[in-house]
Design a protein around this ligand. Structure first.
Ligand code: ADP
Length: 589
């Protein structure tokens, strides 16, 4: 109810009703005043007419001083006119009166109306009559004979009668006022509703917009101020809608980027509480975003360094880039870049991007090791060549020594040649240049051709090469040179690491959708602890022996690369002094 009274509608209505009442009372007052004046004037005129009439009628009696007859006439006229009539002489003595006995009436000379007659020729007065004890209207005129005022005739009416007329006027005014109020109330309500309805619609729409429903448009058909307000409101809502859409599109974009980004992104507010933890970051720390929001970095990541860096960024407001190590759930190295989030006036948070550089660091390490290994591998034969050549030059030895030294130099040179050849091969495979041309390879023929190349070497060691090939015709997609290099490396190793009289078996068969190639020997075998490392560059189980056999330590890493380039798999099974078996799986065409 209170709310209703406070609305514009009711406020206008109250003012409106007040105004109507005011105007009515004001108008009533003036109407009553002018009617009163009018009635007083009319009554006065009538009284004067009646006085003139009565004065004519009593003239004879006055002339003859017949006061008894005068009194009777006056009484009768008074009764007929329902008014009080008084006749007095010029000295104020009452000669006749229609309501009182003149003998008992006091002298009336100083009655105001009488004085007025004597001075102005006519007397009009409203005053209290002590004789009849009430408010009366008096009108008095002189009775003139022989050009002289002889008597004064006075007529009086009871003013209460006038009040009845005034009351009647007020009743009429009151009725008219009520009708006017009702009509104007009805019109006012219609008018105010016309104004307030659109305002109500705007308020309602604004409330809905505040609650997030932006699909609000107000229909107002007027062209006045309210209509313009409504159309401005609609315009504003459309603008807000556009802006909100723009912002939410931007937000979605940023969210999509942050979510899909491979780097971990973590943001905190200025109190150090997490406000963003993207899916990459969730993966890094093995936690879900819902579990981390509003918690501190240390609570969530248990990483003091990261916590310290993020909070330092909040404090110092500067760009930070550092490398940190995360131990849980697995040990990895991350490069962290942290930047402050700037608000209008102050820093409102910090955002950190975590890039996993573990692999990069591992590769760098590998490269350094590789360079070291290559230098070492090249230096050994070179030192040996240098030593023997210098000795030959300095000592001028006999033919036998000379010959044996030259043999050694030749061997070391061959080793250098093999080493550099293998290194070039490896770098070619790694660079994946035009070297990798895909073609259909008939694998059985390829194996048979390759084995031919090594038969001599096997025969020299009395090693038997057994081919256990499927008779089916099948092809793989790949690079002929690479497959050939793969087979040579494996069969060559098998011959190298198998004592004289041993056996090397090369087999192939189909398994599901793959083609399996096996190279098996009954040689010295590889100890279990070395098995996982045999594919590493320069890794040799027994360095001295391998070197003696002409190994470079690069053969198996080349094999592994080739298999990976063909999207295949390679495994090794081995037992010391029993033999070794390499199993390769390649996809069949
Ligand atoms: P290398 O040129 O020295 O043979 P590889 O990369 O081909 O280098 O082989 C790495 C090491 O693996 C060898 O030094 C050897 O110790 C071991 N190895 C490879 N093939 C065999 C095999 N068939 N039997 C036993 N040991 C092997």
């Amino acid at each position: 109810m209170l709310e209703k009274l406070e609305s514009i509608k009711w406020k206008i209505l109250v003012v409106y009703i007040g105004l109507i009442f005011g105007i009515l009372i004001f108008a009533g007052f003036f109407v009553q005043r002018s009617l009163q004046d009018y009635f007083t004037e009319t009554i006065q005129e009538n009284l004067i007419k009646e006085l003139n009439l009565v004065s004519g009628l009593i003239e004879e009696q006055l002339k003859e001083d017949d006061y008894e007859q005068l009194n009777r006439s006056i009484n009768r006229y008074g009764e007929d006119l329902e008014k009080r009539i008084t006749v007095m002489d010029i000295r104020g003595e009452v000669l006749a009166d229609s309501q009182e006995d003149p003998a008992r009436m006091e002298n009336h000379l100083y009655r105001p109306e009488v004085q007025e007659v004597l001075t102005e020729g006519i007397g009009k007065e409203i005053r209290y009559s002590s004789t009849v004890d009430r408010e009366m209207k008096y009108v008095a005129i002189p009775i003139i004979r022989d050009n002289q005022t002889k008597e004064i005739l006075r007529i009086a009416i009871n003013l209460e009668e006038l009040w009845y007329i005034y009351i009647d006027i007020w009743v009429v005014l009151f009725r008219a006022g009520i009708i006017a109020i009702l009509i104007s109330l009805f019109l006012a309500l219609k008018l105010i509703t016309k104004i307030t309805d659109p305002i109500r619609s705007i308020t309602w729409a604004a409330e809905r917009i505040a609650n997030g429903y932006l699909d609000q448009n107000i229909v107002v058909n007027t062209n006045d101020e309210v209509g313009r307000l409504a159309s401005m409101f609609n315009h504003m809502v459309n603008k807000v809608k556009e802006k909100v859409e723009e912002i939410s599109n931007e937000k979605n974009k940023v969210e999509a980027i942050v979510t899909s980004i491979g780097d971990g992104v973590i943001a905190i507010d200025n109190k150090g509480k997490i406000i963003l933890f993207n899916s990459a970051a969730q993966k890094i720390f093995g936690i879900k975003e819902e579990e981390v929001l509003n918690k501190s970095i240390i609570q969530v990541t248990k990483n003091h360094k990261l916590d310290e860096l993020m909070n330092r960024d909040l404090r110092d407001n500067q760009f930070i880039m550092e490398e940190i190590e995360i131990l849980l759930p697995q040990k990895r190295i991350f490069r962290v870049q942290i930047a402050p989030i700037k608000g209008q006036q102050m820093i409102v948070g910090a955002v950190g991007v975590l890039r996993d550089v573990t692999e990069l660091r591992r590769l760098e390490q590998m490269r350094t090791e590789f360079v070291g290994n290559v230098s070492h591998e090249l230096k050994t034969p070179l030192t040996s060549i240098k030593g023997y050549v210098e000795t030959l030059l300095d000592t001028k030895p006999d033919y036998e020594t000379y010959d044996s030294f030259l043999n050694i130099v030749s061997q070391e040179t061959n080793r250098l040649d093999r080493l550099i050849g293998d290194l070039l091969e490896l770098s070619k495979i790694e660079s994946k240049s035009d070297y990798f041309v895909q073609e259909d390879i008939d694998i059985v023929t390829q194996i048979a051709n390759t084995i031919c190349l090594l038969e001599d070497k096997a025969a020299k060691k009395g090693i038997d090469i057994v081919l256990d090939l499927s008779y089916e015709y099948y092809q793989i997609k790949g690079n002929k040179d690479q497959i050939s290099r793969l087979l040579i490396n494996l069969v060559d190793n098998a011959i190298k690491y198998t004592p004289e009289g041993g056996q090397v078996r090369v087999g192939s068969y189909l398994k599901d959708n793959s083609l399996v190639i096996e190279v098996e020997d009954d040689g010295i075998g590889i100890p279990q602890k070395d098995l996982p490392r045999v594919f590493e560059r320069f890794y040799r189980v027994d360095k001295a022996r391998a070197r003696k056999l002409g190994g470079t330590g690069l053969g198996l890493s080349i094999v592994k690369h080739i298999v990976e380039d063909h999207k295949g798999k390679i495994e090794v099974e081995s037992e010391v002094d029993k033999g070794t078996k390499f199993i390769i799986e390649l996809t069949k065409v």
